[in-house]
Ligand binder design. Structure first.
Ligand code: PEP
Length: 252
């Protein structure tokens, strides 16, 4: 049986100034006190903070990632950040296809797939986000939606070492709402089966994170669900104490 190390990943979104890097330093220091923690950790700050955050975290167990990258290697794309730039700044991962990028910037599955290829070429691990809206769930279409997002976003080249899936029901992001543990189990099982169909044996190594209102109080129960290999955390990743309480909830 494949063992998948749990990953607790934080997405700071468009939050954080230089002064907030003290939270990253705090996380590095707290992680150093956790002996034999079975958990990997990652914070994805705004692009402008990636280099400094990566410098602060370089000797620690905390990894630093980006929140998006362009699909092209370089060129005339004003305001965009390439995968190679993130790698050069010290990032190890990049979040792709977050529902806020899909909604605010019209990102399609094909674009996410192209970005995942660019991330892989630059040596970054892509965290590909999928998840249904409240309407889609109300219509009973959540599996169809997530299945189509997965099929469209994964590339032929996707491998366990460079691909992580984050299931984030859009209605659970930033709302304090979470699906039932049974609903999480069913969706993660569905995603695991879809990955197996797309990638075969290789899929066993792909981690599937749950995201949407993960907090210190619900982390342990959510993370104990089968096929939940970690969490993508928004609001509760901004403060060292909250983020570390989630990490420590898994130090079983
Ligand atoms: C997210 O945006 O990826 C997220 C899960 O946010 P929150 O934890 O705040 O719901």
């Amino acid at each position: 049986m494949t063992t998948r190390t749990k990953l607790i990943a934080g997405n700071w979104k468009m939050n954080g100034l230089k002064a907030d890097l003290a939270e990253i330093s705090g996380m590095c220091a707290r992680l150093a006190t956790l002996k034999n923690s079975p958990v990997e950790t990652l914070i994805c700050p705004p692009a402008l903070l990636v280099a400094e955050a990566a410098g602060l975290a370089s000797l620690s167990k905390l990894q630093i990632g980006g929140q998006d990258c362009h699909m092209q290697v370089k060129g005339a794309h004003t305001g965009d950040v390439s995968a190679a730039m993130l790698k050069d700044a010290g990032a190890s991962h990049v979040i792709l296809g977050h529902s806020e990028r899909r909604a605010d910037h019209g990102e399609t599955d094909a674009m996410v797939c192209a970005k995942a290829k660019a991330a892989k070429a630059a040596g970054l691990t892509a965290i590909i986000c999928v998840g249904e809206t409240q309407n889609e769930r109300a219509q009973g279409r959540e599996y169809a939606v997530v299945g189509a997002q997965l099929a469209g976003s994964l590339s032929q080249a996707s491998q366990a070492g460079d691909t992580i899936i984050a299931y984030e029901p859009v209605w659970a992001i930033g709302t304090g709402l979470t699906p039932s543990l049974e609903d999480v189990a069913q969706m993660h099982n569905f995603i695991r089966n879809e990955l197996a169909r797309a990638m075969g044996e290789e899929s066993q190594g792909v981690r599937i994170l749950y995201g949407g209102s993960v907090k210190p109080g619900n982390a342990e129960s959510l993370m104990s669900v089968a096929n939940v290999d970690g969490a993508l955390v928004g609001g509760a990743s901004l403060k060292c104490d909250d983020f570390m309480a989630i990490v420590e909830a898994l130090k079983l």
